[in-house]
Design a protein around this ligand. Sequence first.
Ligand SMILES: Cc1cc2nc3c(=O)[nH]c(=O)nc-3n(C[C@H](O)[C@H](O)[C@H](O)COP(=O)(O)OP(=O)(O)OC[C@H]3O[C@@H](n4cnc5c(N)ncnc54)[C@H](O)[C@@H]3O)c2cc1C
Ligand code: SF4
Length: 573
Amino acid sequence: MAIEKTDVVIVGVGAVGGILAAELGKAGMKVIGLERGPRLTTADFNPHDELRYFQRQELRPNWRKQPVTWRPNTGVRAHPMNILNYGNQAGGGTVHYGTLSWRMHEDDFRARSQTIERYGASAIPQDSSLADWPVTYADLEPFYDQAEYDLGVSGKAGNLQGRKIDGGNVFEAPRNREYPLPALLMDQSGVLFAEGAKKLGYHPFSSPRAIISEPYHDRPSCTYCGFCQSFGCHVGAKSSILVTKLPEADATGNFKLLTGATCYHVNTDNSGRATGVSYYGPDGSDNTIEADLVILAPFIYDNTRLLLLSKTAKFPNGLANSSGQLGKHVMAHIMAKVFAAYDDRYVNVYMGPSAQKHTIDDFNADNFDHSGLGFLRGAQISIGPADLEAGPIGTAMSMDPPPGTPKWGAAYRDFLGKYFARYGALNAQTENLAYADQTIDLDPDVRDQWGMPAPRVTYDWRRPNEVARVEFLMQKMEGVARAMGATKVWRAALSPGVPGAHHEGGTRMGNDPKTSVVNRYGQTWDIPNLFLIGSSTFPSMSGFNPTLTIQALTYMSADAIVKRYKNKPGPLV
Ligand SMILES: Cc1cc2nc3c(=O)[nH]c(=O)nc-3n(C[C@H](O)[C@H](O)[C@H](O)COP(=O)(O)OP(=O)(O)OC[C@H]3O[C@@H](n4cnc5c(N)ncnc54)[C@H](O)[C@@H]3O)c2cc1C
Ligand code: SF4
């Protein structure tokens, strides 16, 4: 067994871990990053390989080796989910993600208070654990700015210091300055969507993306190749951690990346301090790192699983779980989808980055009056390919035919032949509420390649509030699709309860140690030298993709660690 000592150990070197590695390394802290996957390079994505990266999904965790199981309720056995939405290599999910890079709205950080003020407390479903964040938008604004400029995000402001700007998202919270890079070029589906949405009085705009529209920080701009989500970028135009923060971390001379290293335990001593972590090396070896500061950033499943696996006599219910909240309040986005197809024109949604989308924010958050609607919160509605998967095979596979057309045989062939290049899909990414009984725990039946119990998700999105919201949004999308002049408009089937994209929750942040696992910096209330950073700490989810918010929180935590914790280790709140 090898034992190594360091100032900081980070478990998982993805969207969060990469930023921490660079920021803490620059501050002179010795950092070791444990990453279970390999470190790839831009050359690994040239040429784009649909077999490896789309069919075999090599950039995602392998569900047979690293299973995460799901069941809709506690009465049934869980089974492995066959597609997992996070990373499995240095850079994590940012290597192959869609790049949508949103700031959350002001009211997303205070959804509970906002609801009570506008609709009364009785509007909140009785079983929901909807909560405010211990952070406001104003607290996070400088860190959103840092993330956008540091990493490289393209977009157009819609609210500059309170001044609303046509063509940007007029519903966005006030930003202090413009995006560092102009929005990407518009594609045909965006043109049609913008026209249709405007006819109905809505406010379309170009979605912000972590793709550079112009050369930036010695990286070339996007070539609009079309192989984006599920793939790495062949020129380095996607602002992934691989091409942004990892080189920066390397340059500090203080960062050491261990790949093929799977953490299986967080070690603590009798005083209740974290002393480091244990991990399996690529050769199966069992190793330990002793560290003054332990930061978990392996995404939500292992944030909860590692704490449960590391229980001791002092922490019998899992580390950092004196509140009993560990593993609770899990959330996920559900994608409601409407297709718009044309007999008389091409749309070519398979071209360009999958996230080269147009969006309306009119039905997101509390941007519209929910009185009498029977549900809370909303969704952003965007246009793009069916499932955002790039490349002809992926786009075709995820395109559901309209009712009456089978998904096989000659009729399906003829349908694809005619409509593959003549359709767009409107997606509503819904903000589902938190519920305490949506959980992650340890699966008693399924184990991973190392023999550890798999994380088990218990979740069913089909709650009355969520079902009513989806129906409302489907109708809005059908309205936009018709206003776009589509010949055929039809709904895609909804998922059977399974959590969709962007899983969040499990180690909720809050102001009160009795009702939350971590404080606003991701520092656990119970063990001040143990931090958990990522979307597992989100108290509510918003209708936006989470990564820019995850990254802004990470910059905020890094700032607090460097400016305060480093000199005076202890509780930051
Ligand atoms: C196909 C796809 C498209 C997406 N599109 C978008 C989008 O458009 N916009 C958006 O905002 N978000 C998107 N996301 C989500 C985004 O990727 C995640 O929100 C983000 O990567 C989460 O950051 P993280 O650091 O918490 O986790 P990751 O970035 O996943 O990093 C976690 C890392 O930890 C490693 N790890 C896990 N367990 C262990 C362990 N026990 N020991 C050692 N290492 C471990 C993993 O291998 C991984 O590299 C997408 C995700 C996918 C997969
Ligand atoms: S579409 Fe642009 S960012 Fe995406 S992989 Fe191609 S060149 Fe890279």
